[in-house]
Every structure is written in C-alpha cells, then in structure tokens.
Ligand binder design. Structure first.
Ligand code: SF4
Ligand code: SF4
Length: 397
C-alpha cells in the first residue's frame, strides 16, 4: 500500500455538529465515549473504535476525518447501539444523519443539502419538477386511440428516449463527481492509490476479491443484512424480514431499469419496436413484470413499517425518506397498473394519464437519485470496497 500522504492538519470545524443537526443528527452532547455502543455493534469485531469514533469526530469538529470514514457506510442501521446507549444519544440515527450530511457534502450542486435541510422547499421543488416533466411530455402529445392503448402515439417514444438520455447524463455527471470526491477522500486517508489496485497481479487479485465482497456479497447479496436478521431475537415472519424487503426493493428497481434499457436496446437493434404487444413470457416483459411486483411489494412494506415505526431504525423519518419512498412507490404502482391496462380487451382512457404520470415520476426519481438516499446504492459499495481492501491487507491476502 502507498504510505498516507503527509498533509498539513486542517483546522477544526466548530460548525460541524450544528450543521449535522440540520440533517437530523441526534443530541450527542452527553456522549462520554463510554464505548457501550462499540461493544454492541456487530461491525466492531473488526474495528474496536466504531461507532464512537465517528461521534467523537463530530463533537470536536473533525470534518475531513468524518467525510473520509469508510466505516460510516458499512453501518446498516441495525440499531443495536441505540438500545444500549446510556445517554440516549442514539448512535444509529446519528450515523444515518451523518450519511445524509456526507451525500450533501460530496454533491457540489447543493441540491442534496436543500433536499435534506429544507423540507418545504424540497417538496415544492419535487412537485415543480414532476409537473415540468408531465407538461413537457404532454406538450408533444398525439391522439388517444380508442381501439388500442397506443401510449407511444399519445407521448412520442422518441421524446421519452431523448429526455431519458439527458436525465441519465445529468445523473452520471453528478453521480461520478460525488463518488469520485468520496473515493478520493477515503483513498487518501487509507493510503490507497491506483497502484494498490491495479499495480500488480497480486493487487488486482486483492482488488477483485474486495470488489466481489462489496458489490456481489454485501450489496446485491445483502449478506450483512441477512446476518442481522438471523440474529434478531423477536420473531419476524420471513416475508417481513428487513433484508428481504430491502433486497426486493433494490432488485425490483434494478430489474425495471434493466428492462427499460433492454427494451430500448431491442428497438435500436430493430428486433422489437417499443410498445409492441408481446406475450407475458417474452423475456424483457417477464423481467419488467417480476421486477415491478418486487418493487411494489418492497416499497409498500417499507412505507407501512416506517409509518408504524415497527423497528428502531425507522422510529425517525425525514421528509426526504418519505419523498424517496413515495417516488419509488408511485413509479412502481403506475407502471404495474399500466401493464394491466395494456392487456385489457377495451383500452381505458385513464391508461393514457397513468402513462403520463408514470413517465414524469420515473424521470424525476432517476434525476433525483444522486441527491437523495438512493445515492447510498453507489456510495455504500464503494466504501465497502475500501473496507474489504483493508481487511485483505490485514489478513495479508
Ligand atoms: S454514543 Fe452512547 S454508548 Fe456510544 S460512546 Fe457515546 S454514550 Fe457511550
Ligand atoms: S446501527 Fe450501525 S453503528 Fe449501530 S450497531 Fe448497527 S451497524 Fe453498528
């Protein structure tokens, strides 16, 4: 590994904790670093200072160290620490607020900061963006056929694709900028440079193992989440387990994204025109249907659990939490109802409006991804990659 770069220590930022409170940080002023949370945290087997070290950074204003902490993202909000803290500091919720703060700090547009710290403005902004997409699409609308539900005659397919490409470009630029900033900060702190990842065959092997553990095992496979559920003392029905509900939401979202891209690819390759009726077992349609069902189920349970505060980890909710769940749920449900409407014997008029709502909300959801909690889908695997790389170094792999 490259030796950590010798940089001059930055002055402490005394505004850090008040700023974190704007993101929902709990009151940590009474935390006296007793370490009880560390003793109960499943992650402290490999790090005997987590999570109290992160709290200490916030207390003394070590902003750079906090934003360069890979462990921040390995916390999966099991809330074990919250149960045991003698000062009610709720380290679990504090970690969640710190991740919101980190997303906003990596984002240079300051949109993420607005989304998290100004709920009324953020809600109005979300409504305006959704209305803009809907009106923009509607401005080019065609006829509403009464014989079949010809949704791509109503809203031209080309307009949807072109708008989607612009939205994806914005997301990639904003997303890469944010992830790049985060990876640079963590890499500098950990003393990990390009040569440690690509410099030799051994480095490549180690990086490959770390990438598999971070992306395959822990993110797509939900390994840590599953372990936590297996250790739950309260019996929970298998179909309500946190890891399964979270996984179905994630797989559903990724599946729908993949189905949309594949459908576009088939049209480009001249294999199937977008919107052509196909049987249920047609692979892309089947993928979209299964993914849609997974997303509807996952988001519905997440909303119910958050509303009922069934688990300590969802006792507190921010406007941004509700907004993300709302966008996911509306996207999933409108897509699913539209799918049913397309196969009704006589096409319902409401199917056209359902399609317009679906397109507008789905565009907004994708556009907002780098500025909301959804961004953790990328930040977490990158941070876990560094965690696994450090583990490999310790084990001499
Ligand atoms: S957050 Fe609570 S449990 Fe953790 S070190 Fe502080 S006082 Fe102790
Ligand atoms: S919520 Fe996070 S910090 Fe707290 S015990 Fe769970 S993994 Fe550890």
């Amino acid at each position: 590994m490259t030796a950590p770069a010798a940089t001059a220590p930055r002055p402490l930022d005394l505004g850090l904790y008040p700023d974190l409170q704007r993101f929902g940080a709990t009151d940590i002023s009474a935390c006296f670093s007793c370490g009880t949370c560390t003793a109960s945290c499943p992650l402290s087997q490999t790090d005997t200072t987590f999570p109290r070290r992160i709290i200490r950074y916030a207390q003394v204003g070590m902003k750079d160290a906090l934003l360069a902490s890979k462990e921040l993202w390995s916390c999966y909000q099991c809330a074990e620490c919250a149960e045991t803290c003698p000062t009610q500091a709720d380290p679990s919720e504090f970690m969640a607020a710190t991740r919101r703060y980190a997303i906003a700090s990596y984002d240079r547009t300051r949109i993420a900061r607005m989304m998290y710290t100004r709920p009324v403005v953020a809600t109005l902004f979300a409504l305006v963006v959704a209305a803009f997409f809907a009106l923009f699409m509607y401005s080019a609308h065609g006829p509403q056929s009464g014989e079949t539900l010809a949704i791509f005659e109503f809203i031209p397919e080309g307009l949807i694709h072109d708008t989607g490409i612009v939205v994806m470009m914005v997301v990639f630029v904003a997303g890469f900028a944010g992830v790049g900033t985060m990876a640079r900060r963590i890499g500098r702190r950990e003393g990990v440079g390009w040569s440690d990842v690509l410099g030799s065959r051994a480095a490549l092997r180690r990086a490959g193992r770390a990438a598999w553990a971070a992306i395959g095992r822990d993110s797509l496979g939900q390994a840590r989440f599953r372990q936590e559920c297996a250790a739950e003392t309260e019996p929970v029905a298998w179909y309500r387990r946190r890891w399964l509900v979270h996984a179905l939401t994630m797989w559903g979202f990724l599946g729908l994204l993949a189905a949309t891209i594949l459908d576009y690819g088939l049209a480009l390759a001249g294999i199937k025109e977008t919107g052509t009726p196909v049987p249920i077992w047609y692979p892309v349609r089947l993928l979209g249907t299964i993914a849609g069902m997974a997303l509807v189920y996952g988001t519905t349970i997440l909303i119910i659990d958050r509303y009922r505060a069934t688990h300590r980890s969802v006792k507190r909710s921010t406007t941004a939490d509700w907004m993300l769940l709302g966008l996911l749920w509306v996207t999933a449900v409108t897509g699913f109802v539209l799918e049913l409407a397309l196969y009704l014997p006589s096409p319902p008029t409401w199917g056209y409006w359902m399609f317009l709502l679906h397109v507008a909300v789905a565009m907004e959801l994708v556009l907002f991804a780098p500025f909301m909690k959804l961004a953790h889908a990328v930040y977490r695997p990158v941070a876990l990659f560094y965690v696994e790389l450090a583990r490999g170094r310790q084990e001499g792999g």
